[in-house]
Design a protein around this ligand. Structure first.
Ligand SMILES: [Zn+2]
Length: 314
């Protein structure tokens, strides 16, 4: 094969002689006697001119930069190797008795797997059925039953529903067997905050997530523990956005009635940021909305434990 500047190369696999002519603008022109040889010569030319670039892109795509550029690229390599998972962390069933036609627990899972093709779902009924042992047990059974390793990961979740200013929170535990923490009267009446909940989460390897934060179910951000409360739900398909006043799908002081379930502007997420809270965000459905709100997670291994860690990175 003829190369520019008169060079000649033996190229294994070439069926007949081919020629590469580089014109005065540096553009290669490839002449071959059959299509196969044209592609072969094109590959040879690309490798000769751009091998460094091809290798660099290849390594960047596979997360192998640190191998040649050293440890300062380890973090970038790690990020490259993460996987993206999609799901819903807050969805009710008829166990909640909200009479919003949420459907059964089984329908919740069939929605997650068949209709939405989620990687994970958390069916978060109020105290997994108002602290009844049977509905809690049923929830736990079904989380294990619908676990499909490598494909679908249900989570051990429930909702603690307190009114403003303590507010609604969902809790998720990394392992089976943790009953929801009952809501004592002094927490329901906001005489005390979330300290006991945070203790309980630490003891049992759980996390919590405020939601509906700028409504009567919301909070003035009196409490946060970054170790067990790393995330907030800023949008619900069933209701509104709680990102900031006047955000898309959120109400403002001019139309407070647009904020479904009450108007509590102190609960907008930006107020939490202003307090210095570091809260990641996610969106979910809550009640019966479909295909309009979900969250994506980046993680390297989707077990329940890793999902917790991934959420810290989300
Ligand atoms: Zn809810």
């Amino acid at each position: 094969m003829t190369a520019p500047h008169g060079g000649t190369f033996e190229l294994p696999g070439l069926r007949e002689p081919a020629e590469i002519v580089v014109d005065r603008w540096g553009v290669p022109h490839i002449y071959a006697r059959n299509t196969y040889d044209a592609f072969r010569a094109q590959g040879f030319n690309a490798a000769r001119d751009r091998l460094f670039q091809i290798d660099l892109w290849h390594r960047r795509g596979l997360g192998q930069l640190a191998e040649v550029f050293g440890p300062t690229y380890v973090e970038q390599d790690r990020a490259t190797r993460l996987f993206l998972y999609r799901g819903d962390m807050h969805r009710h069933t008829d166990v909640s008795q909200d009479f919003k036609y949420d459907g059964s627990l089984l329908e919740g899972y069939r929605y997650g797997i068949d209709a939405a093709s989620f990687d994970y779902i958390s069916l978060t009924d109020h105290q997994t059925g108002y602290d009844q042992e049977f509905t809690w047990w049923e929830n736990q059974q079904l989380v294990d039953l619908f676990q499909v390793p490598g494909f679908f990961t249900p989570l051990f979740g429930s909702e603690r529903s307190l009114r403003f200013p303590n507010g609604h929170r969902n809790t998720i535990f990394a392992h089976r067997g943790v009953r929801p923490l009952p809501i004592p009267p002094d927490e329901a009446s906001a005489k005390v905050g979330a300290a006991k909940l945070y203790q309980y989460l630490k003891k049992n390897n759980g996390i919590s997530m405020p939601h509906s934060s700028a409504t009567d179910q919301g909070t003035d951000w009196r409490d946060n523990d970054p170790e067990v409360e790393p995330i907030v739900e800023i949008y619900q398909g069933y209701r509104n956005s709680y990102e900031y006043e006047g955000a898309p799908k959120a109400a403002s002081a001019l139309n407070p009635h647009a904020q479904k379930s009450g108007w509590q502007p102190q609960g907008f997420w930006w107020n939490a940021l202003a307090k210095g809270y570091k809260l990641g965000v996610q969106a979910s459905s809550d009640h019966w909305s479909t295909h309009i709100s979900y969250a994506c997670l980046l993680t390297d291994n989707f077990t329940k434990k890793h999902e917790h860690e991934g959420r810290d990175n989300a």
